[in-house]
Write a protein that binds this ligand. Sequence first.
Ligand SMILES: Cc1cc2nc3c(=O)[nH]c(=O)nc-3n(C[C@H](O)[C@H](O)[C@H](O)COP(=O)(O)OP(=O)(O)OC[C@H]3O[C@@H](n4cnc5c(N)ncnc54)[C@H](O)[C@@H]3O)c2cc1C
Length: 292
Amino acid sequence: MTPDLPIAELFAQQRPLRSLEFFPPKDDAGVETLRATAGALRRMNPDFVSVTYGAGGSTRERTAQVSEILRGEFGFTVMPHLTCVGHSRADLSEIADRIHTGGFRNIMTLRGDPPKGEATFTPYKDGLRYASDLVALLKSRHADFCLGVGGYPEKHPEAPSAEADLANLKRKVDAGASFVTTQLFFDNAVYYRFVERCRSAGITVPIVPGIMPVLSLKQIQRFTAMCGTALPQKLITRLEVAAENTEVVETIGIDWALTQIRDLLAQGAPGYHIYIMNRAKGALTLAAGLAA
Ligand SMILES: Cc1cc2nc3c(=O)[nH]c(=O)nc-3n(C[C@H](O)[C@H](O)[C@H](O)COP(=O)(O)OP(=O)(O)OC[C@H]3O[C@@H](n4cnc5c(N)ncnc54)[C@H](O)[C@@H]3O)c2cc1C
């Protein structure tokens, strides 16, 4: 199979790219459901899709399995994620070689969150401490890897300051990352300020906004508390009015995301990355809304 095109080459075409994020299911039944979701999303023709990397255990094998399915069966350009958690340098080098041999050329390169039950990140024995270290390792292993990294418009929760966090992002790009995908956010002004600060700091690569259509108030309150993203009061109020009516909540979530994406594209964002939570409906409704 021909190796994937580096995503950086797609960005160079100067058109907004549309990407979708999957997570690896826990079991075989989940893989079948994901196949159905991927089949439905093929119509949307995303420029690329990504597959997250679990904190440990069997879902990690599933990242490789699902990446192969999405590439081989559905013809998507796939960007597997990889984290430093629980891996030595030797493990990471071996995984990098396997990914490369599989024809994948794009990797979302991350440090990873501490495993469940652990409050702080501890590098694995002979492992890496920061995503910038992993960027350097992957690039030294295969210079033709095209690497994305995470960016935090509202600051990474562990960073002592927004400035320190920005300096870290610069380190990741200087180490060889080709683009940044942001943590989810709900207020576009936050993204625009972040991009401005990145440009002033000399970060010139594309900064792709990460958008999550809300599916449930409780779930989004949990996510945003974990990752330090602010939930606008206006959105909370709307979701509270919808109470627990799933359909109404989803409609509100999609409507909010659609408004965000329309504005982002009008302001020249390099595309948008949707955290789809392995569901086709939201992404398809967004695609339909944006086609009009
Ligand atoms: C687009 C995206 C996709 C994600 N996908 C996954 C996934 O698939 N699996 C998963 O487990 N998690 C995922 N995450 C979550 C991510 O792993 C966490 O946010 C994690 O806590 C930080 O990862 P990072 O790669 O940003 O780390 P880093 O860039 O290494 O930063 C981690 C912290 O260290 C600080 N730091 C970095 N370098 C230095 C330095 N030299 N000196 C001092 N401080 C420093 C940073 O400011 C930050 O506070 C994703 C996040 C994003 C935005």
